[in-house]
Design a protein around this ligand. Structure first.
Ligand SMILES: Cc1ncc(COP(=O)(O)O)c(C=O)c1O
Length: 446
């Protein structure tokens, strides 16, 4: 296939100008890994190799890559409207998608604010929480509580409430004031090799009472947690934990924010994790799977009560001084509407719930492989944690990742934890192929 004028061919591909995100750039550029095409469960590399995608892109292509219905909708949208001014004007597709999301969100979560990514969604949620209390005359509630090992994107709000040391340490001097963290719920002594939700650990939620006692509830605006922690390596909430967090937040007038950027849109077999766990947050964030990764989109859905608190004062005044040029971009909304339709018409969440059983069985069969210290899973998410090699943390994880890639399977690694997050359209054979590649990789990384 000839390339458009001005594009370099692969032999001449200049790697220098691009600084890759969350990547060891110098090592990468010595042996770059590229994919050029994708369809369904597979990528194709520039040299024509097929790669089974074990991570739905980056936890986002939940309906598989390039689903024809979504691709078609984006193309059709492009023929109608490329961009519409987001402030004071807007376009019908954004209203349609907001309505469709509100109808599918649990309980009274029924007002949608669009952003462009998960990071923007998180910062939006935190700002809404602070502004909500101020609007109700409780501006003294300025504290935000996150959780250790939490990941809420890379904006300044997100890294402040986030709890991953590497994402914070270079920016320590620029953290938001008044942020504190719950302790995390990863405890290998009590929970290693739990299938699904660990039975032990609901009481870890009482840590919120410690922070309330320390700071006083009257200073705390919101608690933000991922219902299941994804980026830190699939840390599954203990049975009863989220329920306890909800109770404590309600008792103290603190908003509960679920960051559902990974857990939404089928990852846990439902539209939202809130539905799966039967716990109602005041605000959810979303991104990734909302468009099945086809066009970037993020946002938050807030409860009727949160929204209502803003809708006072003179009508000609802006209620929330926040928003993005690309809030509700027409292409993203078209992709989102089509993705929702695909999830529903193809019963993909029911498929995810069936596949969950197979994924669980397959990953837990890795328990006795060398250096495996934990296996965790929930929905279409699983992690295999390896003991770090003495003196070389993360090396085993990297080697397993490289081995899988060479064997034709894309997995993710964070430190020495390998994560799998197949799309809802995966077959049983594909799930098994992913797990077998990981098994080989573990054996090849002594
Ligand atoms: C829970 C959570 N929140 C926020 C984000 C950030 O999303 P984005 O990378 O689209 O900014 C992520 C990304 O993985 C995430 O997992």
């Amino acid at each position: 296939m000839s390339r458009p004028a001005g594009m370099l061919d692969d032999d001449a591909l200049d790697l220098d100008a691009l600084w890759l995100p969350f990547t060891h750039n110098r090592l990468y550029k010595k042996a770059p890994r590229l994919v050029e095409r994708a369809e369904g469960m597979y990528y194709t590399t520039p040299d024509g190799r097929r790669l089974l995608d074990g991570l739905s892109g980056l936890w986002c292509c939940n309906a598989g890559h390039r689903h024809p219905r979504i691709v078609e909708a984006v193309k059709a949208q492009l023929d109608e409207l490329d961009y519409a001014v987001a402030f004071q004007v807007h376009h019908p597709q954004a209203f349609r998608l907001a309505g469709a999301l509100a109808a599918r969100a649990p309980g009274d979560l029924n007002h949608v604010f669009f952003a462009g990514s998960g990071s923007e969604a998180c910062d939006t949620a935190l700002k809404i929480a602070l502004a909500y209390h101020k609007a109700r005359g409780e501006g003294g509630r300025f504290r935000l509580i996150g959780r250790e090992l939490g990941y809420h994107g890379v904006g300044f709000g997100g890294i402040a409430v986030g709890g991953m040391a590497n994402n914070r340490k270079a920016f320590a001097g620029a953290m938001l004031p008044g942020v504190d963290h719950l302790r995390h719920t990863r405890d290998l002594e009590h929970m290693a090799f739990s299938r699904g939700q660990p039975e032990w650990g609901a009481e870890l939620a009482e840590d919120l009472e410690r922070l309330v006692a320390l700071h006083d509830a009257s200073t705390i605006a919101a608690v933000i947690v991922e219902p299941m922690q994804g980026s830190a390596g699939v840390i599954v909430p203990p049975v009863g934990y989220l329920e306890r967090l909800r109770e404590i937040c309600t008792r103290h007038g603190i908003l509960l924010i679920f960051d559902e950027v990974i857990t939404g849109f089928g990852r846990l077999g439902h539209w939202f994790a809130a539905e799966r766990f039967g716990v109602q947050p005041d605000i959810v964030t979303f991104a990734k799977g909302v468009t099945s990764g086809v066009v970037p989109l993020g946002g938050v859905i807030v409860s009727a009560a949160v929204h209502e608190a803003f809708m006072h004062g003179p009508e000609h005044l802006v209620e929330l001084f926040h928003g993005y040029t690309y809030s509700g971009h027409p292409l993203a909304c078209a992709a989102g509407l089509a993705a929702l339709e695909v999830y529903e018409h193809e019963n993909l969440f029911a498929a995810a719930r069936r596949l969950e059983v197979s994924l669980e069985r397959a990953v837990h069969a890795l328990r006795d492989e060398p250096n495996v210290i934990d296996v965790r899973n929930l929905g279409l998410a699983a992690a295999i944690e390896l003991a770090p090699r003495p003196g070389a943390p993360s090396m085993r994880g990297l080697e397993v990742f490289q081995h899988c890639f060479e064997r034709g399977v894309m997995v993710r690694y964070t430190g020495d934890t390998i994560a799998l997050g197949p799309a809802c359209v995966a077959s049983l054979g594909e799930i098994e192929a992913m797990v077998e590649a990981v098994r080989d990789g573990i054996r090849a990384a002594p």
